[in-house]
Ligand binder design. Structure first.
Ligand code: ADP
Length: 589
């Protein structure tokens, strides 16, 4: 079904506690890692236990917060944090990575244990020798032709409204052509099967059937402060499991806490010279980011007091390739929230700095080409290398990095497995609030579209190969061209082979995965308590006349119409485009 994605199916269950008190979570690990001969012995399970009272107290705090948030939105979802997680192997056609995740919570002893395991063959083609992955030799075109034929033989082509696709339009057009589906570039009077939005769920209003490629609330949840809060809530519950996210403080609320903690740490160890990275909440593409070595260096102290930002421990020992720092952009498809269904693209991008890396010192703190891997910054450096090959230059495929690491003896299965775990745990941290947004915009029992979304995970590998989450982008750039100066002062968009290879694959496989012909009937016994027929993700595909559902009209937020230059992820400004921007999201945790 899909060549580019690894399927990670996560099912959530909820059980009320037997004692009738606060909500208690119960779960069983539904599926352990497959123990086929292909499973790597190297993939070590990750497990943490947070025991007793402390965890119970924290859980009830987290649950209370979530209940409050639901109450605010008038949603009737009683679900608490996930309990049972099932991660299934990919469909046979994918035959590439098997993963397993499980969260086990022992109700009787109040001990909580979260187990997320990722195992699997990494980016495997037909053969794999000596740990070196050999790419599948079957041509891409052959795949596309076969699959396109299969999908289109006996039925009407799937219809896609691309009128709001913005900068993903080129890659989307190529994908639709390859699948032999039907594009509606200026929209359609009748309903389409799929609506492809460039920014937000609300790019098109009054969609009451089909599927939209954005979830309500995703932009809001992935803003730096909200992502930090969501992950930190889980860090409090499962510190070991969520140690992939750097220690962070939210400004201005936690300035005092930050200053005090750093002062105490420095007092107890005078050799300590930590570095921190300050990231404005609404920022993207490295805008407004700077490094500091002491809380007193914060620029928002003098002047812009109200600036909301996250200040974060700076990872000062990243893995380097050719002496350069780089990060990984992975594409993750959230296909459904209920049940939580996630696909992780096997191919991604690696973006390189353009100045050799040195550990931070007072002298080099301002050198963005050394410390920040953003494409949009580094492309302005004279050292940026545009390459026709996908495994050289300042932007390469992720697989080319893995091949290179494998050739040096790195256990890339373990690296990939850790990355999968990071992705699953991050989505789990976001999922409760996302459901609230979902139900607020698409109330259970009312006609509405279902949603899916491609997210861009930015991940840094530390020198010891541990993956660290930097951020998650709700609107990862899907541009397949880059700007080039063809003669002095004259710029043109020219095709970018690496972007085309990765992004067309991701969009095409996303479309194949959300193909309406593949939709299963609703789960006969829904595991979540939204009530029969209320599973918003399981609603039928029947086309409903526009206007049948009353929905708050919203104007697009700032930035939603802004052109997205080059490979810059699309973002919206401070206010976002969402229906709700509730104050509770900004409360200190
Ligand atoms: P933006 O949305 O502005 O791109 P990011 O959080 O992605 O913000 O940070 C920009 C860049 O800064 C990243 O691509 C990475 O190179 C670097 N970076 C971010 N956080 C850290 C960190 N905690 N440690 C080291 N480098 C970081």
């Amino acid at each position: 079904m899909s060549d580019h994605y690894v399927k990670v199916k996560v099912q959530l269950e909820q059980m009320k506690s037997a004692d009738g008190g606060g909500e208690t979570e119960a779960a069983t690990e539904e599926e352990a890692a497959r123990s086929s001969s292909s499973s790597p012995g190297s993939a070590s399970p990750v497990a943490a236990t947070v025991g007793g009272r402390r965890a119970a107290v924290r859980t009830s705090v987290a649950n209370r917060r979530r209940s409050q948030s639901r109450a605010k939105k008038g949603a009737h979802d009683n679900n608490t944090c996930s309990s049972s997680i099932k991660q299934e192997a990919s469909s046979p056609a994918q035959e590439t990575v098997e993963t397993s995740a499980g969260k086990m919570i022992n109700r009787n002893s109040s001990e909580r244990m979260l187990q997320i395991r990722g195992t699997g063959k990494v980016l495997q083609g037909k053969t794999e020798t000596n740990g070196v992955v050999v790419p599948n030799r079957r041509s891409k075109d052959q795949h596309t032709k076969d699959d396109g034929n299969k999908l289109t033989k006996k039925r009407k082509p799937v219809t896609v409204d691309t009128s709001k696709a913005k900068t993903s339009l080129e890659a989307l057009k190529v994908s639709i052509r390859q699948l032999k589906w039907k594009e509606f570039p200026v929209g359609r009077r009748l309903a389409c099967d799929i609506y492809w939005h460039g920014v937000s769920f609300h790019d098109n209003e009054n969609i009451v059937s089909g599927q939209v490629n954005k979830f309500p609330g995703m932009i809001e949840m992935l803003r730096k402060i909200n992502l930090s809060r969501a992950v930190r809530t889980m860090q409090e519950l499962f510190p070991e499991e969520y140690n992939f996210y750097p220690r962070s403080w939210i400004l201005p609320d936690e300035y005092q806490l930050f200053a005090t903690q750093i002062r105490l740490a420095k007092d107890s160890d005078s050799s300590l010279k930590p570095t921190f990275i300050v990231k404005p909440d609404g920022g993207s593409q490295g805008d407004g980011i700077y490094l500091i070595r002491d809380p007193s260096d914060l620029r928002m102290i003098s002047g812009a007091h109200s600036k909301h930002a996250v200040v974060q421990e700076y990872i000062h020992k990243p893995l380097l390739i050719d002496k350069l720092k780089f990060d990984i952009r992975l594409y993750v498809l959230v296909k459904s929230l209920q049940p939580l269904e996630i696909y992780i693209a096997k191919e991604g991008l690696s973006r390189f700095c353009t100045e050799p890396y040195q550990e931070p010192s007072q002298k080099n703190l301002d050198q963005v080409y050394m410390h920040l891997t953003n494409y949009s910054l580094n492309v302005q450096s004279g050292n940026f290398v545009h390459s026709d090959s996908t495994n050289t230059g300042s932007k390469r495929t992720f697989s080319s990095i893995l091949y290179r690491l494998a050739s040096k003896g790195v256990d890339i299965k373990k690296v990939w497995s850790d990355i999968i775990s990071l992705v699953i745990k991050t989505v789990i941290a976001l999922e409760p609030e996302l459901k609230v947004y979902y139900q607020a915009d698409i109330p259970p029992g009312k006609p509405g579209p279902t949603c899916f979304q491609i997210l861009g995970f930015d991940i840094l590998l530390m020198k010891n190969l541990k993956p660290v989450l930097l951020e998650v982008n709700a609107n990862p750039s899907m541009r397949i061209e880059h700007e080039q100066e063809v003669s002095p002062g004259v710029f043109e968009y020219v095709p970018s082979p690496v972007d085309e290879e990765v992004k067309v694959g991701v969009i095409r496989d996303t479309l194949r995965l959300v193909d309406p012909a593949l939709r299963k009937p609703p789960h006969p016994t829904p595991v979540c308590s939204t009530g029969p027929g209320n599973d918003p993700q399981a609603r039928g595909q029947s086309s409903v006349t526009r206007g049948q559902i009353a929905r708050t009209q919203r104007s697009p937020g700032p930035g939603s119409e802004a052109p997205c230059p080059s490979d810059r992820d699309q973002t919206v400004g401070q206010t976002g485009t969402g229906h709700l921007n509730p104050a509770w999201l900004n409360r200190p945790s």
